[in-house]
Design a protein around this ligand. Structure first.
Ligand code: NAP
Length: 468
């Protein structure tokens, strides 16, 4: 007789795809609950865990990264295993996971970015902010990008917190950055930066920005950059004034901006300009390289529900610029053999239960968390309740979950070895982590990251041989 799923004799076997915050909160929730006996295998295409905490969070926001300690605690549970450097859809397929796990949980985030869809977007010197972020944070896929910072003007499109991160990194002094875990190659490049003016463009007004008050406040405290805001662009129409009155966060954002507009410039060598009610309509180029951004001035237009959107006025201006960072949101990409909602860039789901988009029916044993579930919004902590919801569904579905054909954990190691995959375990990650922290200590930094997969694998190989 086979044992019941979720008992000590036959624990629930869960595969989590993606080792970012959403995946870790879900793993934590699964392993902390007491009703069901469960074990978790987490896969990531990179050798290192922690996703956006490692490769997204700005290097000058180290405190936010301390959340990784919580994930390390989850990873220390003997019922948890990590398989890094294993690419879902290539190294391990949906069919493999289906055979070895009772439930599959997708925690893959949003790996691409939204486009502006304007002329010149593909010119040299025009990047998505997500590329710039991944580059300065040492993401192996982006470590070879070349950013030309020899021009005096950079334009950042969008006013979310990612736009704040990239504008701030461009505005910071090398002294401010050198005590962070920003990569050495980025530090070197930024040390030669000629950028003096950084324009941050909002297509709507100051009451519709997406950044949060601590992020805008930080600009007032930068060592070598002043903030420039034109008070005329801060005027609120009645609907915007009502939006500001209804939200403390909006009110505080507007207050910070008004404070900047009222401040006298202190002649710092750099300036961050916040502009409102302007949309880029074309990125202009010379010899294939960005040379300027053409903007259209907007007005706000309310729809029947009172939502305010930007509408062009037919008035234009041009800002000469050598670098454009488009920061208009992340977007998910489809996974092999997994449903995908093209419009939202998410995996279609109902409270985290994956749905077949055609029949609208829930697919047994398949779940989703984080940005892949709800789209690219919210801070790291938002993923905790989000994961809680999905895990509650997973546990509630246990009686109807079809058990895996081969749930033996050893079968996974055997499969990966048979395919000659160089996978990295949690012990491997701990070695890399320790080496990074040690080389950081020698330089007064939190860590010095490995930025090449090959280097990580070779280091592990050497370390393991050393210990053997
Ligand atoms: P976001 O908050 O959604 O902001 C996207 C920005 O792009 C908005 O200002 C949006 O304006 C603008 N935009 C979109 N399409 C545009 C277009 N065609 N032309 C001009 N502007 C356009 O996205 P995000 O900044 O990528 O951040 C993603 C999530 O990560 C957010 O929840 C954010 O708070 C979070 N995050 C948090 C931190 C932190 O806590 N420090 C740091 C980084 C990221 P509209 O409003 O007009 O659409």
């Amino acid at each position: 007789m086979t044992s019941q799923l979720g008992t000590v004799e036959r624990p629930l076997r869960v595969a989590i795809i993606g080792a970012g915050p959403a995946g870790f909160y879900a793993a934590g929730a699964l392993l902390q609950q007491k009703e069901v006996s469960a074990s978790v295998d987490m896969f990531d295409r990179l050798p290192t865990p922690h996703g956006l905490v490692r490769y997204g969070v700005a290097p000058d926001h180290q405190k936010i990264k301390s959340v990784a300690k919580l994930y390390d605690r989850t990873a220390a549970d003997p019922r948890f295993r990590f398989f890094g450097n294993v690419d879902f859809g290539k190294d391990i397929t949906h069919a493999d996971l289906h055979r070895h796990y009772d439930q599959i949980l997708y925690a893959v985030g949003a790996q691409s970015d939204r486009k502006l869809n304007i002329l010149g977007e593909e010119l040299m010197g025009s990047f998505s902010a997500t590329e710039f972020v991944a580059w300065y944070n040492g993401h192996p896929d982006f470590a070879d990008l070349e950013f030309d910072l020899s021009g005096e003007v950079a334009v950042v499109v969008g006013v979310g917190n990612v736009a704040m991160d990239v504008a701030r990194i461009l505005a910071r002094s090398i002294d401010e950055l050198s005590a962070t875990d920003i990569t050495d190659y980025a530090l070197e490049k930024l040390a030669q930066s000629q950028i003096k003016d950084i324009y941050v463009l909002s297509r709507r007004g100051p009451a519709q920005v997406k950044f949060t008050p601590p992020e805008i406040k930080e600009f007032g405290e930068l060592a070598i950059a002043d903030v420039v805001v034109n008070g005329d662009e801060l005027a609120l129409d009645p609907l915007s004034a009502a939006e500001a009155a209804a939200s403390t966060e909006t009110q505080r954002n507007v207050e910070h901006l008004r404070d900047y507009a009222a401040r006298a410039l202190t002649n710092k060598p750099r300036r961050v300009h916040f502009r409102f009610l302007v949309s880029p309509v074309e990125i202009l180029g010379e010899d294939g390289k960005v040379s300027a951004v053409r903007l259209e001035k907007n007005r706000l237009r309310a729809d029947a529900n009172g939502n305010l959107s930007a509408e062009g006025t037919g008035k234009f201006e041009t800002i000469p610029a050598g670098l454009v960072l488009r920061s208009v949101g992340y977007k998910g990409i489809p996974l092999e053999d997994v449903p995908y909602d093209q419009r939202n860039g998410t995996i279609p789901n109902e409270q985290g239960r994956v749905k077949d988009p055609e029949s609208g029916k829930v697919i047994a044993g398949e779940y989703v968390v984080g940005w892949a579930k709800r789209g690219p919004t919210g801070v790291i902590g938002t993923n905790k309740p989000d994961a809680g919801e999905t895990v509650a569904m997973m546990l509630a579905d246990l009686p109807t979950t079809p058990p895996a054909a081969n749930p033996n954990p050893a079968a996974i190691d055997a499969l990966l070895e048979e395919r000659q995959l160089n996978f990295v375990t949690i012990e491997g990650w701990r070695i890399l982590d320790q080496l990074e922290v040690e080389s950081g200590q020698a330089q007064g930094k939190p860590r010095v990251k490995f930025t090449r997969i090959q280097e990580m694998l070779e280091t592990l190989h050497a370390e393991i041989h050393l210990k053997a």
